[in-house]
Design a protein around this ligand. Structure first.
Ligand code: C5P
Length: 402
């Protein structure tokens, strides 16, 4: 049982709380261990005794319980599980999660956790469609919270519409799929470039761009989350290193290319870095002085194109080479030409015109262009783009294996 996956199930107050018993039963049938937190509202609909009997474990409810804290501190409770599942999730708990409140054991565990969180909302249709709930939903999604449901149908309150808790079987399938997803890229190696590059003018000055590295870092994390052995070659950013990813920090395009070549062989390469097109032909060894001669004139020379270099045919070429195309106009036309020019397999084209808010922002609108397809993805967060891309990469390699 030690390798069994563990779910911390948070049951919040709602008429659908009784369905959590069925969720627990079916999770346990699939060998998934379940421990429960029951909110004060949840306890109005289902008893700790029934949750405890079905889960085969103690049920936690009090934030300030001396006995509970002595046995299992709330921080450990939130980290002991592989997944936190909130089912049913009321409008209230979604709002508290969005705000980062920690005013009971459930929200404290949700705030303290370092594990993925899945939410199965359940509420009246008006509460679900209310702009406040929809805004909360959007922020939680952008933070990477996973959602299952709600479904559309008759409600206990007599109304009809979206807001019904997803069926226990759907919730359990989503949990199972989540646990399986961790191994879809197992055995494959991934190389990702991210961030800007800094091209030295002298030891203290450099030419750079405004790339944040958010998209590249999220891609490295998403590939690692699917089990790929991932190397991230990152230019200077203020982002933390992704988890379970080998990170090589570089400054210039030349260093980035060398680190990439050093990381081969790789099955997939994703070039998301905003590599400077030019470098200073002869960077000064000493700091340039503000002399009488006036401002220095800098002669620029082209940087290596890392994407094109990785996509060159050869024994070391990754089987799937993916680049980005940031365009301000004629996005698809320009990106299609770029795919051919660079020799890569896929291009993710995004609109970075001033009005799109993509550069440095949290969202991206992507078109995936390959030799035989051109798809437009809905506008989504950079984390979601990363998850979608990792998913597509997994499907690509699975179809090759089949
Ligand atoms: O040519 P352009 O900069 O528009 O191409 C963008 C794509 O090429 C991105 O995937 C970027 O990471 C990659 N690139 C690169 N090395 C360069 C320039 C761009 O890898 N020197």
């Amino acid at each position: 049982m030690s390798n069994a996956k563990r779910v911390l199930l948070i049951v919040s107050g709602g008429i659908a709380a009784y369905k959590s018993l069925e969720v627990i039963r079916r999770l346990r049938e699939r060998g998934i261990a379940v421990r429960c937190i029951l909110t004060a509202g949840g306890a109005q609909f289902v008893t700790p005794l029934s949750l405890s009997a079905i889960s085969g474990d103690k049920v936690y409810g009090e934030l300030f319980s001396l006995t509970d804290e002595a046995e299992m501190g709330h921080i450990q409770l939130s980290r002991d599980a592989d997944l936190l599942l909130v089912a049913p999730a009321t409008a209230d708990i979604l709002a508290r999660m969005t705000q980062g409140l920690a005013n009971d054991l459930a929200t404290t565990a949700l705030l303290a956790t370092d594990k993925p969180v899945m939410v199965a909302p359940s509420m009246n249709v008006r509460m679900w469609t209310h702009p406040a709930t929809q805004a909360n939903l959007a922020s939680l999604k952008a933070r990477g919270t996973l959602f299952v449901g709600p479904n559309e149908g008759d409600m206990a309150c007599g109304e009809y519409g979206p807001g019904r808790l997803a069926e226990p079987e759907e919730i359990v399938t989503a949990v199972e799929r989540f646990f399986q997803s961790g191994s879809r890229l197992e055995g494959l190696r991934a190389l990702v470039t991210s961030g800007p590059t800094h091209e030295a003018i002298d030891p203290v000055r450099y030419i750079a761009n405004r790339s944040s590295g958010k998209q590249g870092h999220a891609i490295a994390q998403a590939l690692a989350d699917l089990g790929a052995d991932t190397t991230l070659v990152s230019g200077p950013t203020s982002l933390p290193d992704p988890e379970r990813v080998r990170v090589k920090h570089v400054r210039s395009a030349e260093e980035m290319l060398a680190a990439c070549l050093d990381s081969l062989p790789s099955d997939v390469a994703v070039c998301a870095a905003a590599v400077a097109d030019w470098k200073v032909a002869a960077a000064a060894n000493q700091k340039l002085k503000k002399g009488d001669e006036g401002p220095p004139s800098l002669t620029l020379t082209a940087n290596p194109d890392i994407l094109a270099r990785l996509a060159e045919p050869g024994a070391q070429r990754p089987r799937l080479v993916i680049g980005f195309a940031a365009e301000t106009e004629k996005v698809i036309e320009h990106a299609t030409a770029k795919r051919q020019r660079k020799g890569c397999d896929w291009i993710l084209a995004n609109d970075v015109s001033a009005e799109s808010g993509t550069f440095g922002g949290d969202d991206n609108s992507i078109h995936l262009i390959s030799a035989d397809a051109n798809e437009s993805w809905p506008r989504m967060s950079k984390r979601q783009v990363a998850a979608c891309l990792a998913e597509r990469v997994a499907t690509h390699f699975e179809s090759r294996r089949a």
